[in-house]
Design a protein around this ligand. Sequence first.
Ligand SMILES: O=P(O)(O)OC[C@H]1O[C@H](O[C@H]2O[C@H](CO)[C@@H](O)[C@H](O)[C@H]2O)[C@H](O)[C@@H](O)[C@@H]1O
Length: 529
Amino acid sequence: MRVHLGHGGSAYRIDPATFQAAIFDLDGVVTRTAVVHAATWKRLFDAYMRERSNRTGEPFRPFTDEDYRKYVDGLPRYDGVAAFLASRNIELPRGRPDDSPDRETVSGLGNRKDALFKETLKRDGVAVFDTSVALIRRLRSRGVKTALVSSSRNARAVLETAGVTELFDVIVDGNDLARLDLKGKPAPDLFLAAARSLGVSADRALMVEDALSGVAAGRAGKFGLVIGVDRAGQADALAQAGADLVVEDLGELSLVDGVGDPDGASAAPMPETGEAITLLIASRRPAVFLDYDGTLTPIVARPELAVLSDEMRAAVRRLARRCPVAVVSGRDRADVEQLVGLDDLIYAGSHGFDIAGPGDLHVEHEDAARFTEAVGRAAAMLGPALSGIDGALVEPKRFAVAVHHRQVAEADVSDVETVVDRVLRDVPELRKTRGKKVFELRPRFDWDKGKAVLWLLEALKLDRPDVLPVYVGDDTTDEDAFRALRDRGIGILVGPAGTETEARYRLDDTEAVGRFLAALSDTLEEAGG
Ligand SMILES: O=P(O)(O)OC[C@H]1O[C@H](O[C@H]2O[C@H](CO)[C@@H](O)[C@H](O)[C@H]2O)[C@H](O)[C@@H](O)[C@@H]1O
């Protein structure tokens, strides 16, 4: 699955909850030294090929941009020399790393290139890509670890000259390559060594490269996200080499903010296309938690009218074949089970207080009986007490009572609340919470949808780094789940833009939820998950 941004593309948002580390190539990604390298290689090889032509009578063919991209870019210096010479059927002895730059050996030519490069750096200094530096700083400020990887033995000197050494927790360069006997790009060794030093597995790290060999290394290393930076009009080739995402500049990337949009506590639009979802889940296996009212069904006048559509049922059924799916509802568990009508899902009713699922999955709170009794008492009091208020509706459940005021005149809602408060004084085992045009009387017990989701992750052995919990919900009680998953998963609010929320992403309505579930299924089916 590949996504191209660049001109006309929409900005891709990196989610720091998905990636624990970001690994950057140096030349052409962080520093503007790729052009210096390219020009230096040309200087070296054009002079050498000219001199060789004069000496041997072979026709002179200059070193081209394509030669640079195909044989030299991203490779350790001597490997680059050898690869280019081989492409021209020239065989030279390898020589030794300390060969003088005058010697006609692979090492000698490599050392000549290095001397020319250093001369240019000394004269011209090193410029950085400001957008790359800004992105690295933002990632670091959000707790993402950073590493710099380069085949060049000069990497540290280049970073120092550019004044950006402190941007990286770890630096792996050409000296490490030799010291640790690692293979150069396109082998993934350098990048994997950086990920190891950061203590992060490759699938939880993103990597950024501008060279075809570097992108291929990222793909071979199974990095969570391989970003190709196209500075040379080779977007297609970068994608073919294995880039998940190709940008022309890192300024096209932004971060999903910790509290939704950068400018407030609202959520970013949830990408609904398969491609964007692939990038988001970044080779993790999702575990999906779905709220019912307002998420799987639109909010309607009365609870019994919230019937699941056949399309939505089919979408949930399809997803459940590919990954664990739980319905986490404020409704009574039996009620929501019957409404959803799918046997092999996990159901958590009464805002997560009552959980059951395939096999022996069941949670029974110690004080369950005490709360059931209290709920029954409250429901019995609420019915008669609210009978005088037109439109008020009591919905008793096993572990909560909902008092709906959707049909109550605005002026009378405070009367409903007064009744609820009065009943609560007599039933101190319960506490009041609010939802959409509803007061809920729930057990006075430290438990909510967030705790239920965390419990489920543990009980189902899904509390693992390769699992990405995804929670979709629309109401205040879903905020507990968004909060609980903040640093380990993805919360998706169903509702209008600008809603204050702990969710990272947002879908407009239940139709968008249906499209998202379908796209997620597509992605998982395509991946064979
Ligand atoms: O957690 P959920 O699955 O979203 O359940 C929350 C409450 O949903 C129901 O009430 C809400 O939906 C009704 C039907 O659309 C609507 O008439 C009502 O105004 C909403 O508050 C359900 O009846 C409650 O028991 C749930 O707690």
